[in-house]
Design a binder for this molecule. Structure first.
Ligand SMILES: [Fe+2]
Ligand SMILES: [Fe+2]
Length: 207
């Protein structure tokens, strides 16, 4: 269900990049999702669509950053494929797309972004890396918790894909920033991410 060609643009991935997450999701979170899986699917579809739109918005904002534009375009395409795949699952279940709801997790994280040119770029890339890592972590939990074989496979494939994405965003950061700059800022943002996710009410949503 997930395109096998997705990594063609990223031949230099470093698979050993560890997750930047500092707080693990309680596996009990999956019970909330499974209790209202249809609502979760609608939220998940929106998350994938917005991830694609965000990548494309970064393409235009950073159009002169030629080292990252091709990767952002590839990411946008891949997230749109994920959206299509979730939509197809929803359609088979007779579920329609829902309007966007607020995503306090994303909004609070983006509020941590600094506003200067280079600082903003670094923060956006690292925040995206954290969001991808959190998505990967939760898709893996969900794959473990689901009973339907096709859905288990789908969320396992998504886990692997989003886990690659968190590395891709860090690699993009390495194109323009030093290891020390990345490490210091990632620590700050990862601490903030852990605090935000730990204080959010559990809902039938990815965040
Ligand atoms: Fe995705
Ligand atoms: Fe992703």
């Amino acid at each position: 269900m997930v395109s096998s060609a997705r990594f063609l643009f990223w031949p230099t991935l470093v698979p050993s990049t560890p997750t930047p997450l500092l707080a693990a999701t309680d596996p009990a979170w999956t019970a909330v999702i499974l209790d209202n899986f249809e609502a979760f699917l609608a939220d998940h579809a929106n998350c994938e669509r917005k991830a694609s739109a965000l990548a494309m918005s970064m393409v235009m904002r950073y159009a002169d950053r030629h080292k990252i534009v091709p990767r952002l375009i590839a990411l946008a395409r891949e997230e749109l494929t994920h959206f299509e795949e979730v939509y197809q699952i929803m359609a088979r279940r007779g579920i329609g797309l829902e309007p966007d709801g607020k995503d306090p997790y994303i909004n609070q994280l983006l509020d941590c972004s600094r506003t200067g040119g280079d600082e903003r770029l670094l923060d956006r890339l690292l925040i995206c890396s954290l969001v991808e890592a959190r998505g990967a972590e939760r898709f893996q939990l969900l794959s473990d918790a689901l009973e339907e074989a096709e859905l288990k496979r789908f969320y396992l494939a998504l886990y692997r894909c989003e886990d690659q994405h968190h590395q891709v965003f860090q690699q993009m950061a390495q194109s323009y920033f030093s290891t020390d700059q990345i490490r210091a800022r990632l620590q700050t943002l990862a601490e903030r991410e852990a605090d935000i996710i730990s204080h959010l009410e559990w809902r039938p949503s990815l965040h």
